[in-house]
Design a binder for this molecule. Structure first.
Ligand code: ATP
Ligand code: MG
Length: 413
């Protein structure tokens, strides 16, 4: 894609009221735009990142037997009364012309449980796992963390349905691994810890995936000896490591990028979701739920990996793998011609390229390449062409090499 054709432009300054680093960098780069506190538009570059993250999650969930659906955001009040959640403080409510009331879903147990009830009647219908990527609405008190905490935000939520606790435990274990793999593929595996989260809203038994970043709203404690991570509540209860009994911990700020919950029969009871066991007796269905905020994950990647020059995308989620900079290339010039050949060859082998063909100074192009954060910056100029080469710079390490044009495709593939 040609940068001159992008309708967005980079900005030197972020809006003053944006205090978080993820929002500052993403707005400056033209990845997102703020409509109001906690509500953002994803622009072409930002949407590419979000879709890459979505695809990684989808592939991993499908491997674990998840079936993708899409449920409505607009939900009837009656369902929320049945679960006694109509009065929770985060719920956005709305009315129609006849005075009927609705919730804008902050989560989807109130939709998925009656949905699955239509299809689960026997032990043969279990286990099941369904998931979606869908906008959630939550009246968050503080929305100052950019896309880490939205009032409208895209979430992946998966719900699992089981005949008994043992089967749920098995799936819960599978999901822990699946989440680990997702965060690894998104480039933050080395900074993400699994922690016990006692006293969640809906259940006493849950786990959080916490990524270390100074922007984090939570504190986690990592055992110096065995690297087990625990949250503050647990540390206050048991000052020694529950795994190895060691007493020294490192305190880190972290952000919850995902969590997994046991719902037991909280929602199947409310909707009377039962199945017939082998003996023909009615039993309640055991449920679990598993969430990841995609915007939060994208913002966390920015927070955890960016440097003082800008964003550093991992290759797996970057909007483009290569940022090609043509220096002093006028239409029909040798630089433009070489750039166009490189793009054709790279795209032919599936490497995506953002081509900075703008009429701008080399300095401005370099600064924007650092801000935008594509993994590979490739520069061609009359100087590099004189050596039949292009200059390749790794965004993450800053390592620069001159690569012969003949070898460029193999080098970047
Ligand atoms: P938090 O404690 O940060 O408010 P939560 O416990 O309310 O999170 P869940 O309801 O379990 O979170 O939602 C599942 C996932 O959705 C979270 O792990 C997080 O990744 C994401 N998430 C939750 N709230 C938001 C939000 N306001 N904006 C963006 N992502 C969110
Ligand atoms: Mg919350």
């Amino acid at each position: 894609m040609k940068q001159s054709q992008l309708f967005t432009k980079t900005r030197k300054e972020a809006p003053k009221e944006e205090v978080s680093r993820n929002a500052q960098l993403l707005i400056r780069g033209g990845y997102i735009d703020k409509l109001m506190a906690g509500v953002y538009t994803y622009l072409p570059l930002g949407l590419r990142v979000l879709k890459n993250i979505e695809q990684i999650i989808r592939e991993e969930l499908n491997k674990a037997g998840g079936q993708e659906i899409l449920m409505p955001a607009f939900q009837p009040k009656e369902n929320w009364e049945l679960t006694k959640r109509w009065d929770i403080d985060i719920l956005y409510k709305t009315k129609d012309f006849e005075g009927r009331e609705y919730a804008l879903g902050p989560t989807h147990e109130e939709v998925v449980t009656p949905l699955l009830k239509q299809f689960i009647s026997s032990y043969r219908d279990l286990p099941r796992a369904v998931y979606q990527f869908q906008d959630k609405f939550r009246m968050e008190k503080r929305a100052k963390s950019g896309i880490l905490r939205g009032r409208e935000f895209l979430m992946k939520d998966l719900y699992s349905f089981h005949a008994n606790e043992a089967d749920f435990d098995l799936y819960y274990g599978v999901m822990k691994k699946v989440y680990g793999e997702i965060f690894k593929r998104c480039g933050i595996g080395h900074k993400t810890y699994l922690t016990f989260a006692s006293g969640g809203i809906f259940s006493k038994y849950s786990h959080e995936f916490q990524t270390i970043t100074p922007a984090g709203e939570d504190l986690i404690y990592i055992c110096d000896n065995c690297s087990l991570a625990i949250n503050k509540e647990i540390k206050d209860e048991t000052p020694k490591c529950p795994q190895c009994n060691h007493a020294d911990f490192k305190e880190e700020k972290a952000i919850e990028v995902g969590n997994i919950f046991s719902l037991k029969t909280r929602f199947s009871d409310a909707f009377n979701l039962k199945y017939k066991d082998e003996k023909g007796e009615l039993q309640p269905v055991i449920m679990g739920c598993y969430g990841i905020g995609l915007g939060r994950l994208m913002g966390t990647i920015v927070e955890a990996l960016a440097d003082d020059k800008g964003i550093v995308w991992p290759e797996t989620v970057a909007p483009f793998k290569v940022h090609l900079l043509g220096l002093a290339g006028k239409e029909g010039s040798a630089v433009t011609e070489a750039a166009e050949n490189i793009i054709t060859e790279l795209e032919h082998v599936g490497v995506s390229v953002l081509y900075d063909d703008r009429d701008a100074t080399a300095g401005a192009k370099f600064a924007d390449a650092d801000l935008l954060g594509m993994p590979y910056r490739v520069v061609i100029s009359e100087k590099t062409l004189a050596e039949k080469s292009a200059e390749v710079k790794l965004r993450q390490t800053g390592e620069t090499t001159l690569v012969k044009l003949d070898h460029l495709v193999a080098h970047l593939k």
